[in-house]
Design a protein around this ligand. Sequence first.
Ligand code: SP5
Ligand code: ZN
Length: 374
Amino acid sequence: MKVFTSTLCTTMHTPQYEFLSGAETHYYESPERREVILKYLQEHPDSFEITERVEDFGLDPISKVHKKDFLQYLEHAYEEWIEEGGHPNGVLPGTIPHYKVARLGKQKASNVLAKSGEYCFDMSAVITKDTFKAAWNAAQVTLTATKDLIRVAEQYEQSIADGATSRENPPGLYALVRPPGHHAQTDVCGGYCFLNNVAIATQWLMDQPNLKGKDGGPKKIAILDIDFHHGNGTQEIFYTTSNPLYTSLHSNEDYPYFTGSDLEKGEGEGLGFNINIPLPHSTTDDEYVETLEKLIKDHVLPYDADYIIVSLGVDTYKDDPIAGFLVTSDAYPRIGNAIRKIGLPTLFVQEGGYCIEKLGLNVGGILQGFLAKA
Ligand code: SP5
Ligand code: ZN
C-alpha cells in the first residue's frame, strides 16, 4: 500500500499543552503520533511503500470547503495573538460566543481575542506559529493521495476488464497526516482540527470535470468515519448534499457532545445521506465489528459509491487516554478487512488515536487488514 506523508506534519504544529477536564496536560495530538505510525510502516516494507512526494494544489480546493475569512484568520492568528500579548504556547479562545448570549447588536469579532472565539468551538485546537502551514501541508498531502486514488482506481477497472483481478481486491492508499481534520467545519476549528482533510479531498474529487460517475455526474464518494469521536466538521460540510454519503461510528456519551445523534440524518437534498451510529463506552471488539459490518451492508453498499474515504481514528482503542471503548488491538485487522470487502478503491486519512504505545500497531492493523485477502 502506498503511503503519503510529509515531515512538515511533524515539525510545523507543536502546541505544548492543553486542558483536559480542567487539568493542564501535554498536548495529546503530538508530533510523536506521526513518528510512531511511520515507524510501524517502515518496519513492514513488504506491505507499505512510503513517499514524501507532495504536490501543491494551492488554495482552490481548500477554499471550496472553508470560508475565506476563516482561512485568513488561521493564517494570521498567531502573529496577531503575540502582538496582542497572547501566550506563546499558541492561540486559545477565552470567550466563545455561546448561543444563549444573543448578539443583538450584531457585534462582529474585531481583534484576535474575539476572533479566537468566533472561529473555534473548544480549547483543544491550539494555533502555534506554523499551524496553518502544517494544516495546509496535511491537506496537500491528502490531495496528493487523492489524485493517486484516481489513478489506482482506473488501473483496478482495467485489470478487472482484462480478467487479471476481481472486485474482491480493491486498491487502498493511506495519507499519514496531522493535524487531523474531521472536527473542522466550514469556518470553525476545534478538536485538534483546523482544515478538514477528508472534506477537502472529497470535494476535490467531485469537482474533477473529467471524472464521471456511472450516471454521467460526478463520482460518488462514501465517507466512513471510524474515529471514536463524531466528525461534526465533515457532517456539517456535507449536511445538505446527497454526495458524499457521510457515515460515522462513534461514542454516544463523549466529545464533541452536541453532535452525532442518529436523529441527524441530513437536510434537503442531503436527507438520508448522513448516518450516525452512536455506541456506548461498553463497546467490545465483536460489537464494534458487527455494527460496522451492518453499517456497510445497510448503508454503504446500497449507496453504490465509486470511492471510499475513511476517516481513520484508532482512539476507539481500550487504553486510549482521552477516549473510552473496550476495543482491543485484535479488532483493527477485522475492521480493515470489513472495509476491504466493500470492494472499492479506498483512501485512508489519519484522524485521531492517542495511545502512543499501540498507535502504530493499531493503525497498521487496519491497513494490514485491508490488504489481507481473506
Ligand atoms: C481528532 C480527534 O480525535 N479529536 C478529539 C479531540 C478531543 N478533545 C477533547 C477530549 C475531551 C475528553 N475528555 C475525556 C476525559 C478523559 N478520561
Ligand atoms: Zn477522535
